[in-house]
Design a binder for this molecule. Sequence first.
Ligand code: PEP
Ligand code: MG
Length: 906
Amino acid sequence: MTDQRWVYSFEDINDALEMYKGDWKKVTGLLGGKGANLARMCSIGITVPSGFTISTECCNKYLELENEFPEGMWDQALVALKKVEENTGKKIGDKKNPLLVSCRSGAAQSMPGMMDTVLNIGLNDETAKAMVALTNDERFVYDSYRRLVQGFGAIVLGIDDEKFEHPLGNYKKEKGFKFDNELKADNWKEVLELYNKVIMEEKGMKFPQDPMEQIKMSIKAVFSSWNVPRAIQYRERTGIPHTLGTAVNLQTMVFGNMGEEHSGTGVAFTRNPSNGKKEIFGEFLFNAQGEDVVAGIRNALPISALNDKLPKCYEQFIQECAKLENYFKEMQDVEFTIEQGKLYFLQTRNAKRTAVSRFKTMFDMVEEGLIDKKTAIKRISSDDVDMMLHPQFDPNVLKLAQKQGKLFATGVAASPGAAVGKMYFSSKKCVEMAKEGPVIMCRPFTKPDDVDGMFASKGLFTAEGGATSHAAVVARQFGIPCVVGCNVLIDEEKKTVTINGITLNEGDWVSIDGTTGSIYSAKIPTIQVKLEEQKHFMSILQWCDEFCAKEGIRDIKNGPSRGLMVWANADTAEDATRARSFGAQGIGLCRTEHQFLGDRAGILREFILTEDKDKKKEALDKLEVLQTKDFEELFIAMTDLPVVVRLIDPPLHEFLPDLLELTREVYELRGKGEKNEEKELMLKKAEQMHESNPMLGLRGVRLSIVLRQLVAMQTTAITQGAINAKKKGFNPVPEIMIPLVGHPNELKEIQPEVEEVSQNLLKKNNVEIEIKIGTMIEIPRACLVAPQLTKYAKFFSFGTNDLTQMTFGYSRDDAESGFLLKYVEDDILPRNPFKSVDQIGVGRLIKMCVDEGRESQPMMDIGVCGEHGGDPKSIKFFSQAGLTYVSCSAYRVPVARLSACHAILD
Ligand code: PEP
Ligand code: MG
C-alpha cells in the first residue's frame, strides 16, 4: 500500500476531485472542511499562504496504527513541504530566510475549538535570529517564539496550559505589566527562558530545536486530538461520526503583527450575520495576529477602517469576498491577514448566522440568480424556522447565566421557545400574579383544571410527564414554552422546588428554554421577531408548499399523492386562525374535549355523574349550545378548508373528581355528622367508574358507545355549527372523526348514528354540506383490519401518540420521565419513539394500514395527527409512506411545511 496518497498540496485539489469524480462532499470528507476550502480558494486565484493537507484517511490509519504514521506519508509530506519552500522562496530551518508554518486540524464537519493548532513551527534559537534580521522586529520574533514554545508544550507535550500562564502572570506582576503588548523583546526572551524551564521540569526534555522534529510531533498531536475527551463529547452531542477523523493542514505562517502601518488581521462575513443585509460585516486590528480579534482583548475596528489606511488592500479584499461568494454560492465567513501590505485569506467557510439572516440571505441569493429555490430551501433547517417562531434568550445574558452556574434543572424539551418570569406553584396563583408581571408555572404535572394558569403563564415546567403528556400537548398547541419531566421535588406546602440540593422559592425569577429543555435560576431577557414583517420567511415557506403541490396531484380535491400537505391541530377559532396564518391547509384534529375546560368541565362532570335524567339532559343541552358556537366559529375561521372534529376521546377519569380528594371530603363531612347526599352519590359513582388502567379503559369510541347521548349531542353541535356558518355565507368543510377504534364493529355501531343525526339536521335546515366520517388509527389492531374499517370510514388519521403507546406497551404519561430516557441513553432504543416515529415497528403498521386501506379506497385521505406530525424525521417517513397530510400544533406548521418539502427534495 505504499502508493496510497496521503498528502495533497493546496494546488493539487484537482487530483482529489478527479479521484472522487467531482464530488465535493467526498473531497471535503478526505481533506476536511478547512483543507478543501483552502484548496478551492487557491484554485480560483485567491491568495492563501502556501501549504498542504494530510488527509482524514491518514488520521484514521495513524490512530489504527496506534500513533504511527502510515507508510509513505512522511515522504509525501516532505515533497509537499519542498513545494511550499519553492512557492515562498523560504526554507525550513534556514538561517537566512526561514519558513515558519502552522499545523491545524480540520475535520469534514466543523468542530470549533475542539481540536488543536500549533503556530510558528520552525522557530528555534537560530531561525529566531534570522527572523530578527529579516523583520527588524525583535519583540515580534520573541513573542512568536514563546507562543510556539507555549503552544507546543501544551498541545504536543500535553503540559497543562496553567503551567505556562502562571509564570507569565507572575512575571508581569513582578515587572508591573498589565497587558501582553506592554512586554518588550527582552521581556519575551526572559519569558521564553521560563517556558523552556517548564518543559524541562515537566517533561525532562528540551524544547526540540529541529524544525522537522517540531513538524512531525505537531502533526501527530493534531491527529491525536481527534480523540481528546472534549472532541469526543462534542461529536456525541452533535451526531458527528467518530470514524471521520481529522485532516491536518500545514501552512506557511503569515504575520499580521509586523507593525502598525501595513499589517493586521481580521474576520469578516460577506453579508450581515444578524439581519442578512448585503454588506461586508467584519472587524480588523492593525498589528495583530491570530485570535487577537475574536479574543476581544483589544477593541477591534470596523472593517471600513482598512479603507482609510490601506485602500488598495481594502478594494482587493472586497473583490475577493465577492469572488468567494460567487464561487461557493453561499455567504462566507473569512479570516484574513495583511502582512506588510500583502493580503492573505487564511480561511473561508459557510457563515453561521441568525435565522432572520438565514432567510434573508437565501431569499436574496435566489433573487440574485446565485442559487435556485431548491438549494435555498435545503439550506434552511427546522431550527431556523423554530427560532423565527419562538422567543429566544438574549445570547449574551444566557452565556453569562451558564457561566455563573445558573442552570437549575433539565427535562424533556416539550414546547419550544424561551420564557422568563416569577415562579408560582398553582394555577390560581399564576393567574393572580400574572396581573403584576410575567410568571412561570411549576407543577408536578398538569390537568385540565390547570389550563387557566398555563394560559396566564409565559412558560411552564413540570416534575413529571413526557412529550405527549397533557402539559406538553397543551403548551405546544398554544405556543407556551414548556419543559416536562424535570425530576424536581416540589413541596406545594412550603412552596419550594428542589433539585441537586438547590432550592427555589415561590416568586423567584426563573427562565425556561423549551427548545433545549433547560431551566435557569436567573432572569434572562428574551428576544422575539415579528413574523408578519418577515417577508423572506413567508416567501420561502410558500416555495415549499409550491414544491409539495407540484409533486403530483396535491390538493384535497384530487386526493393523495407524494408531497404532503400540512394541516394543524386546533380546538378553537383563535387557534385555527393562527394556524391558518402560519400556512395550515386544514385542521386535522380538533380535540373536542379541550372545549370542556375550565367552567365547562363542571357541566360535563354533572352529565356523567348525575343519575337524574332531567339534570343529565340539562347538562347536555348546555354543552350543545356552547359547542355549536365553538364549531361555528371554527368553521368560519377555516372557511374553504377541511376541519376534522374528533368525538370526545380522553379517559373518563380526566373529567371525574379526584377520587382521593372526594373520599376525604365525604369522610370529613361524615365525621362532622353531616351527610351530603349529592357528594355521597358522586363518590359512589366515581368509585364505580374508577379504573386501574384508564388509558386502556373507558375512552375513545368506547365513551361514545357507553355514554350514547354524547354522540348525538356532539354530532348535532358540529352539524349545526356548519349550517350556521354556511348560512352566514361561509364554506364549511366539516369532517367527523371517531377515535380509538380497534374493531370494525365499533364503527358499525357509531358511524350510522353520526350519519343519521347529521343528515337529518341538514335536511331539516335544507342545507347541503358534505360531512365525511372517518376514524383515527391508534390501536395496532386497527392497522391490521384496515380494509374492514374502510367500510365505515371515509378517511383515516393516525393517532401516533396512542399507536406508539400501544405498540410498545409504554405508558405515554410515565415512560418519558422514567425508564425511557435510560433506554435512549443506554442505546436500548435509538431515540424516543414519542418524539420521532419508530419507523421499523410502528412505521410498519402504518405502511400496512395505508397500503391495505388504499386497496379498498384508493383516493381516501390518510393523515397523521399525533405529535409526530410536527417532527421533521417522522415527516420524511410519512411522506414516503404516501400519506396525504400531517397535522400538528399551529406553531409547528411552518417547520412541518419546510420538512414536507425537504422530504421530497432530498
Ligand atoms: C394520538 O393518540 O396520537 C392523538 C392525536 O390523540 P391524543 O393525543 O389526543 O390521544
Ligand atoms: Mg389518541
